[in-house]
Design a protein around this ligand. Structure first.
Ligand code: NAD
Ligand code: TYD
Length: 352
């Protein structure tokens, strides 16, 4: 048997593929376009592994997806591929509509026809796991209850709107065609292989480079932080025992303001890799203009997945952030390879 993973060369997808093959012998087919966010180095250790097949391709390319399904006959799709960065969606929303909406439609429609022609055993066991985000629910006021699966969709950025649109297509394919889909809504992931455009890896990288640490607005926005390996475990659990047609929120029970996260990273670096001049990294913090339409707070109520599927995160923010900072210190060669010319141009455009 095989599983088809989309976007498996990105941050969460790569962690998922590595964790999967550490625990299963089932073959993984990884379909990834290798955008700026995709990096085959994340999976370099699997280069000679017969259980791993990499296909460079676009989820929006119907011929590629149709032929992959036909050749490998996967028993499930775990769909990570997306444009995922809110700031980029504000500058260039078109790519987000193309990949997140049109690409997901293409994948769903291809899977629909694949299942139409498959034998009944394949059809019965098949799952389409759609990896979405908590951002589709919009923003929360301080003190408001955390997002539940029954909350309305109120997306505020082109990114979250494109994910919300893809979720609704998944829902419609499940309802109309009986496509056996499950949608997950996770909070902000962090951990190894995170591209340094997102808050946590950006701060670690810029701190070590001696650069300013950019805080949008007042830095009091709140996110729930989920260690990526906990997220991977949650997806494996949902794949194994989640109910078709359901949605599951996945969170770390870890709400922190951005300024607290940045300060925590600075303290950790002060201990683990002190600055040459002995001064604290927090001195590099700079408050800059806010993100347009910036969501104030996200928080996940993850009681449903715990009650139905039996998953709970293993890491606290304390343990997860320490592991993450240490991983970046130990993998400066990985960081050096991803912060190429295109990355530098992005940082200049966004922050200077
Ligand atoms: P990422 O940006 O690190 O990786 C995305 C991957 O998808 C890359 O490898 C990229 O090359 C690939 N890709 C992009 N467009 C493609 C296309 N058209 N065809 C095939 N491959 C394509 O993203 P991530 O952080 O790993 O996020 C994975 C999923 O999880 C996304 O769907 C995202 O919306 C969701 N999510 C992420 C977070 C987070 O904190 N990172 C939080 C909530 C939800
Ligand atoms: P990010 O990692 O981009 O994830 P998301 O926008 O999907 O939550 O940002 C996390 C939070 O950190 C968000 O409130 C925006 C803020 N932020 C900064 O203050 N400075 C930065 O340079 C970045 C990238 C994000």
């Amino acid at each position: 048997m095989s599983i088809l993973v989309t976007g498996g060369a990105g941050f969460i997808g790569a962690n998922f593929v590595l964790d999967w093959l550490a625990q299963h012998d089932e073959r993984v087919i990884n379909l990834d376009k290798l955008t700026y966010a995709g990096n085959r180095q994340n999976l370099a250790g699997l280069a000679d592994d017969p259980r791993y097949i990499f296909i460079r391709g676009d989820i929006g390319d119907r011929d590629v997806v149709d032929s992959l399904l036909k050749i490998y006959q996967p028993r499930c799709v775990v769909h990570f591929a997306a444009e995922s960065h809110v700031d980029r969606s504000i500058l260039n929303p078109g790519e987000f509509i193309q990949t997140n909406v049109v690409g997901t439609f293409n994948l769903l429609d291809s899977v629909r026809l694949y299942l139409d022609c498959a034998d009944s055993a394949v059809r019965t066991g098949f799952r389409f796991i759609h990896v979405s985000t908590d951002e589709v629910y919009g923003t929360l006021d301080a003190g408001a209850p955390a997002f539940r699966e029954t909350d309305n969709y109120l997306p505020n950025s082109p990114y979250s709107a494109s994910k919300a649109a893809s979720d609704l297509l998944v829902r419609a394919y499940c309802h109309t065609y009986g496509l056996p889909a499950i949608t997950t809504h996770c909070s902000n992931n962090y951990g190894p292989y995170h591209f340094p455009e997102k808050l946590i890896p950006l701060v670690i990288h810029q701190a070590l480079a001696g650069n300013p640490l950019p805080v949008y607005g007042d830095g009091r926005q709140i996110r729930d932080w989920l260690y990526v390996k906990d997220h991977c475990a949650a997806i494996r659990c949902v794949l194994a025992s989640g109910r078709v047609g359901e949605t599951y929120n996945i969170g770390g029970w870890n709400e922190h303001s951005n300024i607290d996260v940045i300060t925590k990273i600075c303290f950790l670096l002060d201990t683990l890799r002190p600055r040459a001049d002995g001064k604290p990294y927090a001195g590099q913090i700079r408050f800059i203009k806010d993100r347009p339409g910036h969501d104030r707070r996200y928080a996940i109520d993850a009681t449903k997945i715990e009650a139905e599927v039996g998953w709970r995160p293993a890491e606290t923010f304390e343990t997860g952030i320490r592991k993450t900072v240490q991983w970046y210190l130990d993998h400066q060669d990985w960081v050096g390879n991803v912060v190429n010319g295109a990355y530098t141009r992005w940082v200049e455009k966004q922050y200077l």
